[in-house]
Ligand binder design. Structure first.
Ligand code: BTN
Length: 254
């Protein structure tokens, strides 16, 4: 059993464009080790999945990126974003008493159907050594009244869920502790080692999902997550489609 203690090296900045971009740059220049974390009070060019913007105002959220150099085969490394999701869900759940958090494949953290956290993992290599930058944006102290109505319908925060403010440094410490534990399980056993947790948190399971595959719309009933990390979609003709990337939307009767 590999123990893999991570030597966290936390770099705090007041404002930056994107902590992911900063850490990708450092990693690609060979200037950062596994465990380097960049945390920003605000980001002026925060990035989300699918090329979206991640609005990162000071005081509203926790915005950070961590550098990982997993010693694992490429097919397993491709599943790391799911493990990051499990780690964050466990940590945030520990801060919210009696609340079950779900994971919307691949790794949005969802509470009562609303997004609490988004994760953007970016892979690169230098001198043949792969690295992953896992960027995490958690809605911490956002209050309901500061959200535009269209966002209030789809987003939530720790504060909105618990009716109190949270200290972002404590939230970061909880996530890093949880990540270290889940990372060790994942390094030793891949997705099967955290599969039960993932299955219990699978927000899409049993719902009708619509997505685009290479531009073509597909829909079906989500029926789980494979050990390869793929979303399993049962098409209306009964065929099971394995989906490796994309954005899953809940269908109109999902
Ligand atoms: C998503 O749900 O679309 C992913 C959002 C990821 C946002 C985080 S905030 C810290 C890190 N820096 C970025 O520019 N993005 C990630």
């Amino acid at each position: 059993m590999r123990e893999n203690k991570i030597a966290w090296n936390i770099l705090r900045v007041r404002e930056t464009g994107s902590t992911n971009s900063d850490l990708v740059r450092l990693a690609s220049e060979g200037k950062a080790d596994e465990g380097t974390v960049i945390v920003a009070e605000s980001q002026t060019a925060g990035r989300g999945r699918q090329g979206r913007e991640w609005v990162s105002r000071p005081g509203a959220g926790l915005y950070f990126s961590m550098l990982l150099r997993p010693d694992a085969p490429p097919a397993q490394v491709a599943t790391l974003p799911l493990a990051v999701g499990v780690a964050v869900a466990r940590a945030l759940e520990g801060l919210l008493s009696r609340m079950r958090l779900s994971i919307k494949w691949p790794n949005d953290i969802v509470a009562n159907g609303k997004k609490l956290c988004g994760i953007l993992c970016e892979a690169g290599a230098r001198d043949g050594e792969r690295y992953i930058v896992a960027g995490i944006g958690i809605n911490v102290n956002v209050d309901e009244h500061s959200l535009p109505p269209e966002l209030a319908e789809i987003a939530t925060s720790l504060r909105m869920l618990a009716n109190r403010e949270f200290d972002t440094s404590s939230v970061l410490a909880s996530v890093l502790t949880s990540f270290e534990e889940v990372y060790r399980l994942w390094l030793n056993g891949g997705i099967p080692a955290i599969g039960k947790d993932l299955e219990l948190r699978d927000y899409l399971k049993g719902r009708r999902v619509e997505m685009r595959l290479l531009g073509t719309p597909v829909s079906g009933i989500a029926c789980g997550i494979a050990d390869s990390g793929a979303l399993l979609l049962r098409r209306d003709d009964g065929a099971i489609e394995e989906i490796y990337s994309g954005e899953a939307h809940i269908g109109s009767n999902g």
